[in-house]
Design a protein around this ligand. Structure first.
Ligand code: CTP
Ligand code: CA
Length: 226
């Protein structure tokens, strides 16, 4: 494992990163979301910038300082994020989707606050667009990197996402492990390449994980051009 940050080696590369959760409204005061902190995606944006890349970051609502010299685009809902990524993906060489996009949104968003009345309340949810799947279908020679936060059958689940979404590699992590996943500064991940090769990384900071992911992504970017 090479932990050195190669300053400047991404000088001619344009990278697009998604990060954070999305937020799906129920009514004007309530929403559905998940535990994503955005730390992994922001670490990727920051390290890519350090390595000289031109970086665009599409971020859901998070509490992290904006990385310096990165083009930041805010998206609240999955639909917002889908639209922004579709506007930006064409000019990217490497696309890394670290966002935890809500899979569903309310089929109906109330204009006024829903009042408490009966003992049960049923919300009907409808599927959000799958951003990674959509980009995977039209990525051309761009490198597409996804994430899979799993609680079980990590490799099987991650591999099936990798192939279904036409990704070049997927970063899988077991969110039930101590020191991994949501809101931690460290992560324990495995990188699965579309060749089937699996690289199991030890526990490390999210910045070091970001650097490893970028090493493989840059290698794939160069391979596609040689
Ligand atoms: N993803 C996306 N748009 C969605 C859902 C997921 O772009 N609507 C991306 C994520 O950013 C991630 C990858 O797809 O890079 C896998 O996300 P994940 O939630 O693990 O997979 P799903 O296909 O949504 O499957 P499930 O949640 O049922 O495990
Ligand atoms: Ca999902």
């Amino acid at each position: 494992v090479d932990l050195t940050i190669n300053k400047g080696d991404m000088g001619n590369i344009k990278i697009l990163v998604t990060a954070g959760p999305t937020r799906e409204a129920i009514d004007p005061v309530r929403y559905i979301t998940n535990h994503s902190s955005g730390k992994m995606g922001y670490a990727i944006a920051k390290v890519a910038k350090k390595r000289g890349a031109c970086v665009s970051l599409v971020t859901g609502p998070v509490n992290i300082e904006r990385p310096e010299n990165v083009n930041v685009f805010e998206a609240t809902t999955a639909d917002d994020m889908f639209q922004k990524v579709n506007e930006l993906y064409e000019s990217a060489d490497i696309i890394i989707m670290a966002a935890a996009v809500a899979d569903y949104k309310c089929s109906f968003v109330s204009n006024s606050k829903i009042k408490k009345s009966s003992n049960e309340l049923t919300l009907t949810l409808v599927k959000n667009p799958d951003i990674a799947y959509s980009i995977g279908g039209k990525k051309g020679d761009r490198v597409l990197v996804g994430f899979a936060a799993e609680t079980n059958d990590i490799y099987d689940n991650a591999k099936s996402k990798l192939s279904k979404k036409n990704m070049d590699m997927i970063v899988a992590n077991d969110v039930t492990m101590e020191g991994a996943g949501f809101n931690h500064d460290t992560n324990i991940v495995s990188i699965i390449l579309n060749s089937g090769e699996i690289i199991k990384l030890p526990i490390m900071t999210k910045e070091k994980v970001a650097n490893e992911i970028l090493n493989y992504a840059v290698r794939m970017y160069n391979d596609k051009r040689s």
